[in-house]
Design a protein around this ligand. Sequence first.
Ligand code: HEC
Length: 199
Amino acid sequence: MNDNDALNDAQKREKIDPSEEAKSLPWFITMTIGALLMWSATYIAETVMTAAPEDGDNRAPQVLASTDCAATDKVAIDGGAVFQGKCVACHQANGQGIPGVFPPLAASEWVAGKPEVLANILLHGISGKLTVKGVAYNGQMPAFKDLLTDGEIAAVLTHIRSQWDNKSEAIDEKLITTVRDATKDRANPYNGDEELSKL
Ligand code: HEC
């Protein structure tokens, strides 16, 4: 018996790989597909178009003009969103700042103080010693005069004056515009307590 014969014997014992035979779809699936096709053809044939599609939105201009979205010509600026974008990194979401580095806005005498002073702080920034709630800080508060509009500054100031139990009145955009005009030649930040206390 040579090697070749042994291989042939082994091969003869193997069964042929099974393969699936072609089967027709079960009758109920064929029926369902047929029924769906008939229903959709009938549906399209029976549907009556009430308006020509090229007419589009048939509402009269007067009707559209009376809806709220057309009547509101000015959208209010979201002071909370400005705070999230421009202030939260330093003063923190809870308004507590970071001890020794960034002063708190919550219960701060500056936040509750004169609106003109706040407008100046936001427009031109601060450097040098600043005392907040009895603690001296010596950091850099950036100037926002080129980063925020008057409306955004008013909105963010109004926001911080109404958060974290702060309860001071809103600040109007007109005040920011007035202060911006009056201090337009200023190039440097305020020197902390020393200059701000004189405003
Ligand atoms: C890069 C960090 C930083 C950012 C951003 C920042 N501030 Fe300040 N802010 C400071 C620092 C530091 C001081 C204190 C300055 C000092 O020590 O001279 C301060 C002081 C203040 C003060 C006066 C002191 C107090 O705590 O009440 C107010 C008000 C204020 N910031 C509001 C804002 C508002 C509103 C924004 C966002 C538009 C903002 N700051 C963004 C760092 C920052």
